[in-house]
Design a protein around this ligand. Structure first.
Ligand code: AHR
Length: 343
């Protein structure tokens, strides 16, 4: 296997901030686009924050399926505290029905702003309309919805998952100078989720156009370590020759590494491993030669989310879409970057 090369095109990997004006689709929209009239401040009686003028933010998190998610939850909680925003937090345990119930409960409690990271892309219109009828603005964080009516939410803040998939694919195409063929297996994220749909699409856009690569198996590991290991075990049993693993997140890649080692193979050498997220353990695995490349997905969006909550509550215009700046890290860069990883 040739030495891994960087396909990094990002300007400065030490930056962990969101660029507030990135992307072609950035359009400033007034709050009136969602929820009708500008809301009264919570001190005016509608908000769940009581009469002290504090903002109450109801946040329905996906779950705690991954290291990325844990970092994201911590970022949201810390940032709310720092911003003086009262946070009502709910963990949906990766179930859409739990998230819908949490949003309905936030509506009943008359919170000022609702935020959620949708477990899956479809099926949100009814509850989003209920929030709009209650004049509670909604902010999507991390994951998008596929609703045709984008006035049902005020703004989205998160990553470009299609681009992450493309970056993973570009690294692989550049790293494989041999003729192939290469047998590729994929550990997909949660079925129907934006990161699973989009990363698959972006990766296929690049790798699917190179006939040296053959997709021999692709199955969901639900973004968890345990399922990543379980599915990789079954891949290894059914396929004698696996050259590449594309894991939609680090936790599944780490689970798969265990399966590969237990099968007597060397992860990162016998099987190239391409992953997404950038948690510290994945950097350690890269430094140990067990993962070949990690495409970064930034979970530390809490401060930007709280800025949006304040603006939305004040009735200020906000960007319709706010995207992250993220890097691609190879084994060569992993050791240097390891001490900087905070999650
Ligand atoms: O939505 C972001 C994805 O969700 C992360 O890549 C994954 O680790 C998490 O579960």
């Amino acid at each position: 296997m040739s030495a891994p090369k960087s396909s990094r095109s990002q300007p400065d990997l030490s930056r962990r901030h969101f660029a507030m004006a990135l992307g072609a689709a950035l359009v400033a929209v007034p709050l009136a686009a969602c929820g009708g009239d500008k809301k009264q401040p919570s001190g005016g009686g509608n908000g769940g924050g009581g009469g002290d003028g504090a903002i109450t933010f109801g946040f329905a998190q996906v779950g705690s399926e991954s290291g990325w998610r844990t970092a994201n939850t911590t970022s949201i909680k810390d940032a709310a505290k720092k911003a003086g925003i009262t946070l009502k937090f709910s963990d949906a345990q990766q179930k859409q029905e739990n998230q819908i119930a949490a949003i309905r409960s936030f509506i009943t409690q008359k919170v000022d702003v609702i935020g959620f990271s949708p477990v899956v892309e479809s099926g949100w219109d009814t509850v989003l309309k209920e929030a709009r009828d209650a004049k509670i603005p909604v902010i999507l964080t991390d994951r998008a919805v596929d609703s045709a009516d984008d006035s049902l939410y005020v703004t989205f803040i998160g990553s470009d998952f299609v681009e992450e998939g493309r970056r993973a694919g570009k690294w692989l195409v550049e790293d494989t100078k041999e003729d192939g063929p290469f047998n590729v297996v994929v550990l997909e994220g949660t079925t129907g989720s934006a990161p699973a749909n989009d990363r698959k699409k972006g990766f296929a856009e690049i790798v699917g156009n190179d006939d040296r690569f053959r997709f021999i198996a692709s199955q969901t590991g639900d973004f968890t370590r345990a399922k990543g290991k379980e599915v990789m075990e079954s891949f290894l049993k059914s396929h004698k020759k696996i050259d590449v693993l594309f894991a939609h997140n680090d936790d599944m890649a780490i689970g798969a590494i265990q399966a590969i080692e237990e099968a007597g193979k060397k992860p990162g050498t016998d099987i190239r491993i391409v992953s997404i997220d950038g948690i510290k353990e994945a950097f350690q695995a890269m430094a140990d030669g067990k993962i070949n490349v990690v495409v970064e997905c930034n979970p530390l969006i809490g401060p930007q989310v709280m800025d949006l909550v304040k603006k939305v509550h004040a009735g200020d215009s906000v960007e319709k879409r706010v995207e992250a700046e993220e890097g691609v890290f190879t084994q060569e860069q992993a050791k240097d970057e390891l001490p900087n990883r905070t999650y």
